[in-house]
Ligand binder design. Structure first.
Ligand SMILES: *[C@@H]1O[C@H](CO)[C@@H](O)[C@H](O)[C@H]1NC(C)=O
Length: 293
C-alpha cells in the first residue's frame, strides 16, 4: 500500500502547487479596479490609469499572496507630472500590517522622476529611500518587481536590485513573513509633499495625467481569503514534500552580480537613505546598524 499512497500524495501535492502558483500577463485574471472605474482605459494589452482634478484611480489583486515575485511594466506620466504620485506596492491588512512600496514621484517637464521606496513591518514604516533612475521612465515601459521570501525582500527595476531588506530576526529585528499581502497600484494627487518637497503644485491645465501598465505577473503562493491565516502561512512555506522556487538556497541572498548592481545603484543613483539620516534618527533604526555599506 505504501507506494500507491505516496504516489497519490505526490500527485495531490503537485496539484496544490499548480493551483497555488499564479503567473499571468492579463490584468483581469489577477487584478480588479478598487476605485474610479471611469478613470481606467483599456487599450488592447495596455491599461491606462488617469488622474484629473476629479479623481485618481487604483487597482488591487483579487487574491493575497505569501512569498514569490510580483512584476508590472509601467510607463510613467509623460511631460509635466509634478505633484502626482504613481504607486506600486504590496500590503497586508490590519493595524500591524506589512508593506513594500514603490512610489514614483512626478516632476516638472524635463526634470527627473524620483523613486521612493519604503518598508513597513508590523505597522511601522519610516524606512524611506529615494533614488533617481538611470533612464527616463516616461519614455518606455520598464519592469518593477518585488521579490519576497523568508530571507529577504528585494526591490528590482528591470531586474536590477535597487533595495534589499534582509531578515535579521537572529538579531531580534522583526521581519515581514507571517502575513499574506495584496498587490496594489494607484495614481493620485500628492502635491502637498511629492515634488520638490511640496513646493511645486499639480498644474491641472496639464491633466489628465496618465500612467500606462502592461505585463502583469504574479508568481507566488496564493492565499485564499476563505482559508485561515495560519493555514495559509503553513501552506506557503516549503517543506519536504513541497519546495517553492523562491526558497531555493541560491535565492536566500543576492548573488555576486546582483550585489555589485545594488552597490552601483546606491553609489550613483541614491539621493536619500533613512539609514544615513542622523538628523531624523539620532539613534539609527536597529536594522541600519547591521547594513553592509
Ligand atoms: C525634481 O527635480 C528637481 C530638480 O532637478 C530634483 O531636485 C528633485 O529631486 C526631483 N524630484 C522630485 C520628486 O522633486
Amino acid at each position: 500500500m505504501g507506494v500507491p499512497v505516496s504516489v497519490f500524495f505526490g500527485f495531490f501535492v503537485g496539484l496544490v502547487l499548480v493551483v497555488g502558483l499564479v503567473s499571468s500577463a492579463k490584468f483581469e485574471e489577477l487584478f480588479q479596479p478598487s476605485w474610479a472605474l471611469d478613470h481606467f482605459i483599456h487599450e488592447g494589452e495596455l491599461l491606462k490609469l488617469k488622474l484629473d482634478n476629479h479623481s485618481g484611480a487604483g487597482f488591487s489583486s483579487k487574491s493575497k499572496y505569501m512569498f514569490g515575485k510580483v512584476s508590472i511594466q509601467i510607463k510613467l506620466v509623460e511631460g509635466d507630472s509634478a505633484g502626482t504620485v504613481t504607486a506600486f506596492y504590496m500590503s497586508s491588512d490590519g493595524p500591524n500590517h506589512n508593506e513594500f512600496d514603490f512610489e514614483f514621484l512626478g516632476n516638472t517637464t524635463g526634470e527627473p522622476y524620483s523613486v521612493q521606496t519604503n518598508v513597513y513591518v508590523n505597522g511601522v514604516g519610516n524606512r524611506e529611500q529615494r533614488l533617481n533612475l538611470w533612464f527616463d521612465p516616461t519614455k518606455e515601459f520598464h519592469s518593477y518587481s518585488l521579490f519576497w521570501n523568508q530571507r529577504q525582500v528585494v526591490f528590482l527595476v528591470d531586474e536590477t536590485p535597487i533595495r534589499l531588506h534582509t531578515n535579521m530576526e537572529n538579531k531580534g529585528i522583526p521581519f515581514p513573513k507571517d502575513q499574506a499581502m495584496g498587490v496594489y497600484s494607484s495614481i493620485w494627487n500628492a502635491d502637498d509633499w511629492a515634488t520638490q518637497g511640496g513646493r511645486i503644485k499639480t498644474d491641472w491645465t496639464h491633466a489628465p495625467f496618465i500612467a500606462t501598465y502592461k505585463g502583469f505577473e504574479i508568481d507566488g503562493c496564493e492565499c485564499p481569503v476563505s482559508v485561515a491565516a495560519a493555514d495559509n502561512a503553513k501552506k506557503c512555506i516549503s517543506s519536504a514534500e513541497r519546495r517553492y522556487w523562491w526558497d531555493e538556497p541560491t535565492l536566500s541572498e543576492l548573488n555576486v552580480h546582483q550585489s555589485h548592481q545594488l552597490m552601483w545603484v546606491r553609489a550613483n543613483h541614491m539621493v536619500y537613505d533613512y539609514c544615513t539620516d542622523t538628523a531624523r534618527f539620532p539613534v539609527l533604526p536597529p536594522e541600519c546598524m547591521h547594513h553592509r555599506h
